[in-house]
Design a protein around this ligand. Sequence first.
Ligand SMILES: *[C@@H]1O[C@H](CO)[C@@H](O)[C@H](O)[C@H]1NC(C)=O
Ligand SMILES: *[C@@H]1O[C@H](CO)[C@@H](O)[C@H](O)[C@H]1NC(C)=O
Ligand SMILES: *[C@@H]1O[C@H](CO)[C@@H](O)[C@H](O)[C@H]1NC(C)=O
Ligand SMILES: *[C@@H]1O[C@H](CO)[C@@H](O)[C@H](O)[C@H]1NC(C)=O
Ligand SMILES: *[C@@H]1O[C@H](CO)[C@@H](O)[C@H](O)[C@H]1NC(C)=O
Ligand SMILES: *[C@@H]1O[C@H](CO)[C@@H](O)[C@H](O)[C@H]1NC(C)=O
Ligand SMILES: *[C@@H]1O[C@H](CO)[C@@H](O)[C@H](O)[C@H]1NC(C)=O
Ligand SMILES: *[C@@H]1O[C@H](CO)[C@@H](O)[C@H](O)[C@H]1NC(C)=O
Ligand SMILES: *[C@@H]1O[C@H](CO)[C@@H](O)[C@H](O)[C@H]1NC(C)=O
Ligand SMILES: *[C@@H]1O[C@H](CO)[C@@H](O)[C@H](O)[C@H]1NC(C)=O
Ligand SMILES: *[C@@H]1O[C@H](CO)[C@@H](O)[C@H](O)[C@H]1NC(C)=O
Ligand SMILES: *[C@@H]1O[C@H](CO)[C@@H](O)[C@H](O)[C@H]1NC(C)=O
Length: 735
Amino acid sequence: MEWYSINTCRVLVVSVVLLSYNMLLISSPPAAAAATTDAQVEAEAEALRNSTWWWYMENTTSHHCTWDGITCNREGHVIQIYFSGHYGPMIELSQMKFSSFPSLLRLNLSHSLIYGRIPDEIGTLTKLTYLRISDCRLDGELPVSLGNLTLLEELDLSGNSLSGVIPSSLGYLKNLIHLDLRYNSLSGAISSSLGNLTNLECLYLHFNRINGSIPSEIGNLKNLVRLSLSYNSLFGVIPSSLGNLTNLECLYLNFNRINGSIPSEIGNLKNLVRLSLSHNSLVGVIPSSLGHLTNLTYFHLINNQIQGPIPLSFGHLTNLVHLYLCYNQMNGSIPPGIRNLKNLIHLRLDHNNLTGVIPSSLGDLINLTEFNICGNQIRGCIPFEIGNLKNMASLDLSNNLINGKIPSQLQNLKSIENLNLSRNKLSGRIPTLSMYRWTSIDLSYNDLEGHIPFELQFEYHPKVFSHNKGLCGEIKGWPHCKRRHKTIVITVIAISTILFLSFAVFGFLLLLQKTRQNQTKTPLKKNEKNGDIFSIWNYDGKIAYEDIIEATEDFDIKYCIGTGGYGSVYKAQLPTGNVVALKKLHGWERDEATYLKSFQNEVQILSKIQHRNIVKLHGYCLHKRCMFLIYKYMERGSLYCVLSNEVEALELDWIKRVNVVKSIVHALCYMHHDSTPPIIHRDISSNNILLDFKLDTFLSDFGTARLLHPDSSNQTLLAGTYGYIAPGKYMPIFL
Ligand SMILES: *[C@@H]1O[C@H](CO)[C@@H](O)[C@H](O)[C@H]1NC(C)=O
Ligand SMILES: *[C@@H]1O[C@H](CO)[C@@H](O)[C@H](O)[C@H]1NC(C)=O
Ligand SMILES: *[C@@H]1O[C@H](CO)[C@@H](O)[C@H](O)[C@H]1NC(C)=O
Ligand SMILES: *[C@@H]1O[C@H](CO)[C@@H](O)[C@H](O)[C@H]1NC(C)=O
Ligand SMILES: *[C@@H]1O[C@H](CO)[C@@H](O)[C@H](O)[C@H]1NC(C)=O
Ligand SMILES: *[C@@H]1O[C@H](CO)[C@@H](O)[C@H](O)[C@H]1NC(C)=O
Ligand SMILES: *[C@@H]1O[C@H](CO)[C@@H](O)[C@H](O)[C@H]1NC(C)=O
Ligand SMILES: *[C@@H]1O[C@H](CO)[C@@H](O)[C@H](O)[C@H]1NC(C)=O
Ligand SMILES: *[C@@H]1O[C@H](CO)[C@@H](O)[C@H](O)[C@H]1NC(C)=O
Ligand SMILES: *[C@@H]1O[C@H](CO)[C@@H](O)[C@H](O)[C@H]1NC(C)=O
Ligand SMILES: *[C@@H]1O[C@H](CO)[C@@H](O)[C@H](O)[C@H]1NC(C)=O
Ligand SMILES: *[C@@H]1O[C@H](CO)[C@@H](O)[C@H](O)[C@H]1NC(C)=O
């Protein structure tokens, strides 16, 4: 503070000198003008010094025009302040006396440690053409005086915590070209006065809490190129006047509560390249006029209540890359014009009520990497032409009425990562398919028979082949295929049936006797018979409750290998020699609903998914007196443990670390994109990444994970390990 007061003294001395000089020359007008200019220059210098924004400068007596980020004009007036302090103390915006800078043209404070309210005084910068205070820590409301900055061409206050309504005075900023208020907490309705900003080219209001309906005056913004109102709480209808915005290239209205139907005038927006109306409450049919939008590359209409068919006119949308019409109530068949959409990469028509067959011309869409028609009423065969789609990564035809054989051409799908043909009427044998260690496959609930042609090394969960006519193979949990003569087979079957029956009778008698003996033992055993309260899901028939209790000596502390947020982890060697990990809830927490919920959540999620890099759930026990999960045992423990052990951390060299990252990316990619509904883990940390003895990597701990039902809100309560909570700003915006 010492130097500060010295400087103030100097300022005073200079001012006094200037003042006397002024008085001497008062009769000469040109000189007087020069003097007021000097006084003005000094006022600017003083305001800059007083702001303390340049706290890091050792010598503030140097001329302020030479300071970092200050630009002056020939007369020595500050015309630009560019300030970007990434480190150091937080700086309050109102510390700057804005009224001292009547010549300021540009003020850029983006990504700096600026905080506080925007002072009313900002309205005095009437020459300002560029104002950007983005990604700072501003709060409070937008001052009405912003409306005085009538020369402003760009106004960017995005990425702050601004609240309150957007003042209607912004309608006076007639020269505005770019208005960006996204990522704040602004509320209230969009003022119709924004319709006066006829020079506007970009209007970004997404990620706020704006409600009310879209004012039809937006349709006056003839120069608008980009309009994003997504992730707000807008309701009401899409005004048909939007059809006047013929320069529009991007229109994002997704994640609101917009209802009514899609106005056919949208079909006038010939320059539109991206259109997202997803996650609203739109009803009615898709107007066939949308077929005029020949420049359209992204069309997203996920999760609305759209009915009727996919318009035939969609065959003209030859530039489409993404077509997402999933989660609606559309009917009719896939239009034949689909074969014109040669640029399509992602085609999602799932969860509708589509009928008809899969057009064989689909095989012409050589760039297609995702095709999903899950949950419709599609009939007929899988066209063998699908085998031409060399880039196909995710093919989901599940939950339809598809019959016939699986065409052997599917083995040409060399990039396949997710193949789901479950819940159809497919019959015949399974052809050999190209599978990688990360490929997920589901062929359950069909009429398939014969040999399962997949290699054991991929460790397929038997569930993915279940509920078929007769499958066999070298897969855990499945019978080996028998290659004998029919007669021998029949004799064997006959003999084994007789043997089985006699054993069954014998076993039953034995069991009856044993249960009678046991009836007076622990009440838990009693419950064990009531399958619905006590459930142990032992997929390979090798894990039994008694084995677990025996192996851990009823959860003796000496088998405990770790304690986590809501449970302890035990290591148990089963009589079969297999080692498993058991996660057991802490006794004193069992009654707490949240812990029970977290436990149930983990069971629900892990039994839904199976992926090479997601920890395998072998079984669980869910009962008041015993609550544990049975996992594959991971020899190396968590990534956190490995990294904090000097020897092991060295062993995990950079190449192995990259592999760890890749594995987790595979797992996340699977959870977010290939799993239906998508799963959000919400607590990725080095504690929840486990390594086995080969240093293969597995994601674990799904206690806070969440199934993302597309019809639910994307707003969630915070979850997860403190310090690892996922940043909201990186949510996918353009769904
Ligand atoms: C600068 O700070 C000094 C001392 O705090 C004060 O007297 C002076 O009025 C301030 N000047 C401006 C332009 O705010
Ligand atoms: C501060 O800067 C002025 C002008 O550049 C110079 O004359 C003076 O010596 C400097 N003072 C210190 C302490 O560096
Ligand atoms: C404003 O600052 C940001 C961040 O430093 C920079 O990216 C941007 O180009 C600046 N704007 C202008 C017009 O200089
Ligand atoms: C904005 O302009 C209005 C009218 O011209 C004036 O009354 C008001 O004081 C100005 N506000 C600021 C902060 O300059
Ligand atoms: C917008 O324009 C209308 C009509 O031209 C006018 O009545 C209104 O005052 C203007 N509002 C603003 C905020 O400029
Ligand atoms: C819009 O939001 C504001 C502020 O959050 C609230 O007071 C108002 O009731 C909301 N209006 C509607 C129609 O939901
Ligand atoms: C704008 O759209 C509205 C509603 O669709 C229409 O009535 C009006 O004539 C259009 N205005 C212009 C200038 O195109
Ligand atoms: C749209 O929603 C609003 C508010 O929820 C409701 O008042 C209005 O009737 C709805 N309009 C239609 C066409 O469903
Ligand atoms: C479509 O895109 C092309 C190429 O980007 C462009 O030349 C054309 O003006 C756009 N608009 C229409 C209506 O075709
Ligand atoms: C589609 O549904 C509408 C009503 O929702 C019905 O009128 C129409 O006949 C259906 N079309 C087909 C092809 O099923
Ligand atoms: C398919 O993708 C490739 C590479 O992105 C591109 O060069 C080619 O034009 C695309 N093919 C079609 C038919 O669009
Ligand atoms: C789907 O269509 C069938 C007949 O085509 C109809 O019975 C059924 O109600 C429809 N389902 C939905 C959700 O619209």
